[in-house]
Design a binder for this molecule. Structure first.
Ligand SMILES: Cc1cc2nc3c(=O)[nH]c(=O)nc-3n(C[C@H](O)[C@H](O)[C@H](O)COP(=O)(O)OP(=O)(O)OC[C@H]3O[C@@H](n4cnc5c(N)ncnc54)[C@H](O)[C@@H]3O)c2cc1C
Length: 310
């Protein structure tokens, strides 16, 4: 995650400043505010700002005037109740803003989440850095044979070297072409005065999907948890999961009670269909049940048995 000295200095300056406020603040999140948490080879997640805490969820649910004199155990119980019964609007009272640096192909998946506010680094206005994602060897895998969307066995030896060489060579060639087409030195003057170069907004189309982009991404707690449920799930691609995992840790720091309820009632919970429930009831009654007489497809059966740990 190479930050320039100037960027590091800006972060340090922000972190050194404190501001008096009557609003709720969360010490554990303040500790990492503005810091760049590394993700993948050049990416990061930074928490830039937030509004609300666990208390804000409770306050909104009760529509109360202040903190009141409740105990933490009461707040925990209420937050668990809201999560369990999908009473979602109190969670929308809390907001968080991230600065994320991520490969373009991850950004394409991420941007599908429409319930957020996004401002992306403009490659029409600025020049993109020579930073592209190359998977670590452990994540360089073949196409899965059982799942058209997933990965299979990790590549090894010559196969891994061949792929890594191709990825690196193609990316370097693409960036060299980008720079040549821009025809600009660091001061913005033409490198080759015999031609004007190509506009930034056009030259960028030469770059491949593994180049890094950046954005500010702001959302509320309800939609953040929806995003994390989908993107920290094992079915999500490893690269976006790497970001979601880091963000789950920021959730833990920010709203520990909501985070615990999120793990219990969303992330580590399971939705069971009506035929699935019938199977469970039959199993509990001691009946032998097989996929063929379960009313479930082989795939649904496998998924249910995995959930049940059988
Ligand atoms: C494992 C995985 C595989 C995927 N594969 C594909 C794929 O192959 N192809 C593909 O195109 N996408 C794919 N997606 C993207 C997926 O279909 C969703 O677009 C993405 O996860 C965003 O989810 P969302 O719409 O619930 O989120 P958000 O956009 O944040 O919306 C949150 C919720 O708000 C509501 N909402 C938001 N906007 C609207 C609207 N306009 N109308 C009605 N309700 C709305 C919905 O209830 C929605 O669930 C995949 C996602 C995952 C996690």
């Amino acid at each position: 995650m190479p930050l320039t000295d100037e960027q590091r200095q800006e972060i340090e300056t922000e972190r050194a400043e404190t501001r008096p406020t009557r609003r709720a603040t969360v010490l554990a999140l303040e500790e990492i505010l503005y810091e760049a948490i590394p993700v993948l080879d050049h990416g990061f997640v930074r928490v830039i700002d937030y509004m609300g805490d666990d208390g804000a969820i409770v306050q909104a649910a009760r529509v109360s005037y202040g903190k009141g004199t409740r105990r933490v155990s009461e707040d925990r119980g209420l937050i668990q109740y809201l999560m369990r019964h999908r009473h979602t609007t109190p969670f929308e009272m809390c907001e968080i803003k991230y600065h994320v640096k991520l490969p373009i192909f991850v950004a394409r998946q991420w941007i599908r989440h429409r319930t957020a506010n996004v401002n992306e680094y403009s490659a029409r206005y600025s020049i993109l850095d020579n930073e592209f994602y190359i998977p670590a060897p452990a994540h360089l895998a073949a196409q899965a044979t059982t799942n058209r969307q997933g990965r299979g066995d990790v590549l090894e030896g010559d196969a891994a070297r061949r792929v890594l060489d191709l990825l690196r060579e193609d990316s370097e060639r693409a960036y060299a072409g980008y720079v040549e087409m821009l025809n600009e030195d660091p001061a913005g003057n033409p490198v080759d005065a015999s031609w004007p170069g190509l506009a930034r907004e056009l030259a960028r189309m030469n770059l491949s999907l593994n180049f890094y982009t950046q954005w500010y991404w702001k959302t509320d707690l309800h939609n953040l948890m929806h995003f994390l449920t989908l993107r920290a799930d094992p079915h999500a691609q490893y690269e976006i999961r790497a970001y979601a995992d880091v963000m789950i840790d920021t959730l833990r720091r920010w709203v520990p009670l909501a985070h615990a309820a999120f793990l219990e009632y969303r992330m580590n919970a399971a939705a069971i269909s009506a035929p699935g429930l019938k199977v469970i009831r039959r199993l509990l009654a001691g009946e032998p049940v097989e996929q063929k007489d379960s009313g479930l497809s082989p795939r649904e059966w496998r998924e249910l048995m995995t959930v049940l740990g059988r």
